[in-house]
Design a protein around this ligand. Structure first.
Ligand code: AMP
Length: 206
């Protein structure tokens, strides 16, 4: 089964994807993580992506699509995957149609006010990628692996406002694009509450 997680930044896509991975044998593919890995390794793609990411803009489709294509062609994707942060534009979705079949699109619906609140408190584990928020977790190390938590360069109010505008203009049209396979989930306060209807849906589909 191949799933797309659709939602604005900070809607909880990454957290939800991790929960799905724990219960179903799917691979999580986050284009944002792939770009950050490229930045860490100092690759050409990373250097280019950083100039867009720092401003909260989208990396050009051609670069993003070719990186995604290489990733989903790997062996571990054969049993299915969850796309977290891809597609983000209609041309990306059109291209994805040529690459693979998508079974289900889960849209996380969270208000922009809540998103701005979440933005400033997000912390990510530097090693395992676990996501926390300072409003519910006040330690500086990861509960799971003990590594230091870091704040992403693009988690600031100016960038998030820009990312929300980009989401409205470029990504929200995908809600119509995928209308026939869309499942809408209201983002709740706790990730476990948000996950409940998703787990029910996927258990029925698997
Ligand atoms: P994320 O970790 O999903 O919030 O992505 C962080 C940043 O990476 C975004 O603000 C974009 O600059 C870039 N990015 C991630 N996925 C895509 C995509 N599908 N298309 C274009 N840019 C992307």
């Amino acid at each position: 089964m191949n799933i797309i997680l659709l939602g604005a930044p900070f809607s909880g896509k990454g957290t939800l994807a991790r929960k799905i991975v724990e219960d179903f044998s799917l691979v999580q593919i986050s284009t944002g993580d792939l770009f950050r890995e490229n930045i860490k390794n100092g690759t050409e793609v990373g250097l280019l992506a950083k100039t867009y990411m720092d401003k909260g803009e989208l990396v050009p489709d051609s670069v993003t699509i070719s990186m995604l294509k290489q990733r989903i062609e790997k062996d571990d994707c054969k049993n299915g995957f969850i796309l977290d942060g891809f597609p983000r534009t209609v041309p990306q979705a059109e291209e994805l149609k040529n690459l693979t079949e998508i079974d289900c699109v889960i849209q996380l619906d969270v208000s922009f006010d809540e998103i701005r609140r979440r933005c400033l408190g997000r912390r990510t584990c530097s090693k395992c990628g676990e996501i926390y928020n300072t409003s519910t977790y006040n330690k500086t190390t990861c509960e799971k692996c003990g590594s230091p938590l870091t704040k992403r360069d693009d988690d600031n109010l100016e960038t998030v406002n820009n990312r929300l505008e980009v989401y409205e203009n470029m990504t929200a049209p995908l809600i119509n694009f995928y209308a026939d396979k869309l499942f809408v989930v209201k983002g709740a306060d706790s990730p476990d509450e948000t996950y409940k209807p998703v787990k029910k849906l996927l258990s029925e589909k698997f």
